[in-house]
Design a protein around this ligand. Sequence first.
Ligand code: PSU
Ligand code: MN
Length: 301
Amino acid sequence: MHFSAAVARALAAGRPVVALESSVFAQGLPEPANREARDRMVRAITRHGAVPAITAVARGRLVVGLEGADLERFLARDGIVKVAARDLAAAATLGADGATTVSASLVLAARAGIRAFATGGIGGVHRDAPFDESSDLIELSRNPVVCVCAGAKAILDLRATSERLETLSVPVIGFGTDWLPEFYCAGATIPVAWRMDSAEQVARLFERHLALGMTSAVLVGNPPPEGSGLAPDEIGAAVAAALRELKSAGIAGREVTPALLASVERATGGRSVATNLALLESNADLAARIAVALAAPEKNR
Ligand code: PSU
Ligand code: MN
């Protein structure tokens, strides 16, 4: 693994680091929204004195802290493949440029000793698609990292996703909410077992989780910021249209999630992208506060 100088220094000194995925920049968002997402997430993290670490496979090198010309290729979205956890070794062996999904990012973050990670929405169980379940779920079950997200994308079967998280022993915390966030909106259909209202509480929970020998991630569901979400009716209609488009285009496999996100964007006249940017920034901010709380020396608590 290759670390950027800033990430290597921070890890060596025990200072807070927040890992970020790169698939959201190379596949999840169009240009120039992906650049805006990068800027807003990085600023939200550095504002708290934490160091951002974008994970990726850059020309076959496993990178923690993607920067410079490498990062530029990913933002230009040119010839970048989507890399889940199972693809990491192949992309490295073949010298590919690979953008890491949540699953691959969790593996790299855990290996690097990074304990906080921010994304938009995790992958999960797809609707009407037997056996299409994101590897994000299984990797959440075996990489001990605090994963801050706005729940799972509304394009998924959220109830099934929530049940799978239980089976996989991944604790789900509602941050300032009693409901599982639904990515484009706060959500009020699937209750979460535990609610927490401060980054400090999440950090203490995670320490206990590790002390018990638990190996799973802790999933923190952070609703999109007030006023940035879409109305449930609009989301319902956009998701239905996206699923119809998917079926008629015969898309399968790893193309499914990017295709669904792009159709929702078209169906909402681009408004879903504004929501996506707001929640990515908010999740990066919360992950940074959790990373700071995890790095705080005992005597300051
Ligand atoms: N959340 C977003 N945008 C995205 C994704 C999540 O706001 O682009 C990506 C993440 O990288 C996630 C992936 O891990 O979609 C899930 O893809 P799949 O369903 O193929 O596992
Ligand atoms: Mn899939």
